[in-house]
Design a binder for this molecule. Structure first.
Ligand SMILES: NC(=O)c1ccc[n+]([C@@H]2O[C@H](COP(=O)([O-])OP(=O)(O)OC[C@H]3O[C@@H](n4cnc5c(N)ncnc54)[C@H](O)[C@@H]3O)[C@@H](O)[C@H]2O)c1
Ligand SMILES: O=C(O)C[C@H](O)C(=O)O
Length: 332
């Protein structure tokens, strides 16, 4: 199919890895921007991962995707982010045996600092960044703080997978359809301190917490969603891949095309909403319109929710302070 629209350039880091592989074919097929919008893919890897990206690029050719305008592979962030409209930062340094949290943050700082600078200097003026690689929120903070010329609200981290998990598990538990569920929020960090909150959620218009009961809705449900990543690792023998790629596509699609009245969960640059310190990349309820996220404001937060949100935000503050001590973000 030929079309008059010019391609949107999407740069994927970690393109030779699992999530990159699962994401790129769906992006090429139109799942991210719709069935009319061509895409140009830029695959950014490190030398050890480049063969995986090359293999995927061969398969992209074999997919004969009508919307796929081009595929380029690079190991140089300055080249890989050149002209990027959307940057999916998936590649990161996983925690290995014996590694302390500070070592993990330092190793990722060495990735996300330079990538932030490359985005700052070479991406398109409208660039939108989604960080998937863990620890996603603090990696996004590092990238954002190293990109002073890019508006801060263009940097986001992925809590859409947590949001989708919450919606999926709520549907499964209640027997409702996913499409009947609204108003779920995941607050805080993409970690086990996150708070999947049903206080404002509805199932077919009825308050979710009344349908499922407070014991489950504020007990087992919260723990299951927060620990779902570990559950997947235990059952699959590896961390979530297709659901993570799908959530990344949902996040960017909503950001670009809008959510309408429904809200979702996005880790975005805080401007102080709900008492979250300014400058943290924290998960909040948000709608998207005209290419921007808008925090859903005015939700009532009861004592239980306040405590859970504060605990997750405290973890983000601690991570921020650690990367500041390591010199990975410039002083504020
Ligand atoms: N936020 C979320 O909800 C969520 C969900 C699932 C996984 N994750 C995280 O996503 C990340 C990727 O997962 P995966 O399963 O694809 O891992 P993977 O190991 O299969 O792939 C990672 C790829 O990143 C590449 N890479 C490493 N450093 C890079 C750099 N500086 N530039 C470009 N590429 C680089 C590696 O070579 C590798 O090919 C992990 O950190 C994982 O923990 C996040
Ligand atoms: O939990 C993990 O370590 C992987 C990933 O962040 C996930 O949520 O599946």
């Amino acid at each position: 199919m030929s079309t008059a629209l010019s391609p949107i350039t999407v740069t994927l880091t970690g393109a030779g890895g699992q999530i990159g592989y699962a994401a790129m074919f769906r992006i090429a097929s139109g799942a991210m921007f719709g069935p009319e919008q061509p895409v140009a893919l830029r695959l950014l890897e490190i030398p050890q991962g480049v063969k995986g990206a090359e293999g995927a690029a061969l398969e992209l050719v074999d997919g004969a995707f009508p919307l796929l305008a081009s595929v380029d592979i690079s190991t140089d962030p300055n080249e890989g982010f050149a002209g990027a409209n959307v940057a999916l930062l998936i590649g990161s340094r996983p925690r290995t045996a014996g590694m302390e949290r500070a070592d993990l943050l330092a190793a990722n700082g060495a990735i996300f600092g330079p990538q932030g600078r490359a985005i700052n200097d070479h991406a398109a003026a409208d660039v939108r960044v989604l960080v998937v690689g863990n620890p996603a929120n603090t990696n996004a903070l590092i990238a954002q703080r190293n990109a002073p010329d890019v508006p801060a609200d263009r940097f986001t981290a992925m809590t859409r997978l947590d949001h989708n998990r919450a919606v999926g598990l709520l549907a499964q538990h209640s027997g409702a359809a996913v499409s009947d569920i609204a108003g779920v929020t995941v607050w805080g960090n993409h970690s086990t301190t996150q708070y999947p909150d049903l206080s404002h959620a509805t199932i077919a218009g009825a308050p979710a917490i009344e349908v499922v009961g407070e014991d489950w809705g504020r007990g087992a449900f919260v723990e299951r969603v927060a620990n779902r990543g570990a559950e997947i690792i235990e059952v699959r023998g590896g961390s979530s891949v297709a659901s993570a790629a799908s959530a990344a596509i949902d996040h960017v699609r909503d950001w670009t095309l809008g959510t309408g009245e429904a809200w979702t969960s996005v880790s975005r640059y805080s401007t102080g909403e709900y008492g979250i310190p300014e400058g943290l990349i924290a998960s909040v309820p948000a709608r998207a319109a005209d290419g921007s996220w808008h925090v859903v404001e005015g939700l009532e937060i009861d004592a239980f929710s306040r405590e859970r949100i504060d605990a997750s935000v405290a973890e983000l503050v601690a991570e921020r302070d650690q990367v500041a001590e390591l010199g990975l973000i410039p002083p504020s």
